[in-house]
Design a protein around this ligand. Sequence first.
Ligand code: GDP
Length: 458
Amino acid sequence: MIHTDTIAAIATGMNTAGIGIIRISGDDSFSVVKRVFKNSHHETLKTIESHRVYYGYIYDEEHLIDEVLLIPMKAPKSYTKEDTVEIDCHGGILVMNRILETILKNGARAAEPGEFTKRAFLNGRIDLSEAEAVIGLIESKNEYAMQNSLKHLTGKFRDCLNSCKDRILYETAYIESALDDPEHYDLTGYPERLKDQVESLIEELHKLIESHKEGQILTEGIHTVILGKPNVGKSTLLNALLGKERAIVTEIAGTTRDLLKEQVMIGGISLILIDSAGIHDTNDPVESIGVDLTRKMAEEADLILMVIDASVPLDDSDLLVFELIKDKKALILLNKNDLVSVVSPEDIKKYTDQKILKISAKEESGFEAFREYIKQEFTHGKLPYNDELYITDQRQLQLLTESVKNLQTVLQSIDNGMPEDFFTIDLTAAYDNLCRITGDLVEDDVINEIFSRFCMGK
Ligand code: GDP
């Protein structure tokens, strides 16, 4: 155990609720609690048994503060692997603060954000990738994000990394033994064998890296921009998808000046919808700022929804949008299908080969095909509740990429017929980069940065 001082924090949200939880961890947790807790007879406890629930009261000296349940957990059977006590109290902000204050007065210090999880990591209960999964779980915005964080938290990613680490370590150890003891280890034909191993390792790590894009889409949502000239029905579409009146719909061209961002679940996937000011030539300076921004957003989007008004002929503004969606993932929604159409899918196909769906945003028709499209395009039609493990953390992604680069250098050294000790340099670098993900090899400031992303009391 590295840390021995005792920390305390309010672990539940800072709002009024049925109950609140105060968490205490460290060597003195039990003795601190003995100073402030009295049982149902208002007597101080002489001994505290682990993993039992005690009913009683918190006192600040002679002042009664709250009626509580006390849950003591002796090390190492706790979240932090230290002596820990949780106090279930009434969930008022004032009550929780008063209890925390009393505990701090009696020998604990206020915990930093994420400090409980940091201790779980430093005490070896979880590795760094699992600690990051805790943040992911807390911040999950949808079911996929939650499921994926749980997979990381239960060690699926750690197991995968550890197996790669072991394989690299075996090779480095073999080379070093052979160089030290050439009589007993033979390196003839070894580079070819190593090449096979390294290629398969690269493939494995590549799969994790590749999972990032899909993982991001599933856990964060598809960044979607709605494009089209004014009055084609972009805001109406946005409102229909959201099922509420958020964007202001008017009949005057160009009223959607600000970029609106909304999140909506379609076919089980979240779409982050960005309505735009509309792409068209304008002399209005405010609108032209919107147009430039729209171009930029379209560049960065995962998906563009281009809306066309089927009741009016195509014009230069539509052609400008066709230009913009070239080589991008885009879906054309031929809107106002409820009116007499003057634009047909065939007319559009002259300008673009993107998929076209007929809809009426006003009557909310044609949406089923739209949902199906999203499902097919982004999850290949299958529900993504599969066994796939996704990498969503940027730090992990970067380290995996570095590790692959190191392994590729090993392949180059093999191809160039370099001596074996050259291989070990890059194998070790690849190994170290994987260790940085699990936290076996990581600098203090990186650890501090990661845990500062946690909320208080976690
Ligand atoms: P935006 O400028 O592209 O955001 O267009 P709006 O959503 O503000 O719509 C412009 C006008 O077209 C409004 O009067 C809407 O009610 C109308 N509109 C939008 N979608 C449809 C549709 O599917 N059918 C019909 N008939 N009218 C629509």
